[in-house]
Design a protein around this ligand. Structure first.
Ligand code: ADP
Ligand code: MG
Length: 284
């Protein structure tokens, strides 16, 4: 049975805006009774016209599975008003992975491998629960605290399945980069679990180099490059200190045929993710 919203928004006081994305604004919110802080995602109902029922069902699923893994933001509460849907998540105060990559330039290989391993384990958990994230990118990977070694958390998943039509429109028309989207999404031949592994390949490339593999002058060119799997480990200067094993890992994730692409469980066994981390031979 679909859950009926019970809570009213005045139980929370909203504060500063933490971020905004494809279809929502996220605000800091304090639960008045307990004084606890949350991140409250506000989704305009106009964006899901006719699909409210599906969205509510999906939220119930999210609530159930999100508390089951330490690297996924837990959905604690949700409620509705006439115009908006409010989702209250764990508050992550450490910012987006995107900003950390930009601040650092790039990640050292062992640190990148640690992050990728952690994220992939959480992706495997999501996939094993029957859900595809569909929008994995460094803007949706958040640090729990500002500490350097803070846990990384996967945010913003689950709802994309029901918001999809709108999202695809927004992505291509307004939001710019389709950089993390798998070839099969453009070819409209499928958008199952393999799309998340593709995105992990793009994210790993970004972590290692500090830029993404399919950046092109126009969106059309970018899309064509993605469909063709046309990317290189260049310019050379950004890749000289990166091991062949790391490049092999990226290549496997960026397999253009989703059927041949490894699963989360499969790619977790890749030697690049083995511990202790493989140390590249600088001379080779
Ligand atoms: P959208 O579906 O619109 O992309 P997101 O859930 O990705 O919405 O949230 C948009 C942005 O808000 C994120 O990129 C992040 O900067 C911020 N944000 C989202 N969830 C949290 C959270 N739990 N804690 C802190 N900031 C968050
Ligand atoms: Mg997002």
């Amino acid at each position: 049975m679909p859950p009926t919203p019970t809570t009213v928004p005045c139980q929370y006081r909203t504060g500063k805006t933490l971020g905004s994305g494809t279809y929502a604004i996220v605000k800091e919110a304090v639960h008045i009774k307990t004084g606890k802080y949350y991140a409250c995602k506000v989704i305009n109902k106009k964006l899901m016209e006719g699909r409210e029922f599906m969205v509510r069902n999906e939220i119930a699923v999210l609530k159930k599975i999100s508390s089951g893994h330490p690297n996924i933001v837990t959905l604690h509460d949700y409620f509705e008003t006439a115009n908006n849907l409010y989702l209250c998540f764990d508050l992550c105060t450490g910012g987006e992975l995107f900003d950390r990559i930009c601040a650092k330039g790039n990640y050292h290989e062992p640190d990148a491998a640690d992050l990728v391993r952690t994220i992939l384990k959480a992706v495997k958990y999501i996939h094993d629960s029957g859900i595809v994230h569909r929008d994995l990118k460094p803007e949706n990977l958040l640090f729990r605290t500002p500490a350097e070694e803070a846990d990384i958390m996967i945010a913003d998943f689950g709802l994309s399945r029901v918001m999809d039509e709108e999202r695809f429109h927004l992505l291509t028309e307004i939001c710019g980069t389709p950089g993390y989207m798998a070839p099969e999404i453009f070819k409209k031949t499928g958008h199952g679990k393999p799309v998340d592994i593709w995105a992990m390949g793009v994210i790993t490339y970004f972590l290692l180099a500090g830029y993404t593999p399919f950046d092109r002058e126009t969106q059309q060119q970018e899309m064509e490059a993605i469909i063709a799997g046309d990317y290189k480990f260049e310019p050379e200067e950004y890749w000289v200190n990166v091991s062949e094993t790391a490049k092999q890992f990226v290549r496997e994730c960026l397999t253009t045929d989703p059927i041949k692409r490894p699963t989360a469980g499969g790619i977790l066994k890749h030697p690049w993710l083995a511990k202790p981390h493989f140390v590249p031979d600088p001379a080779s």
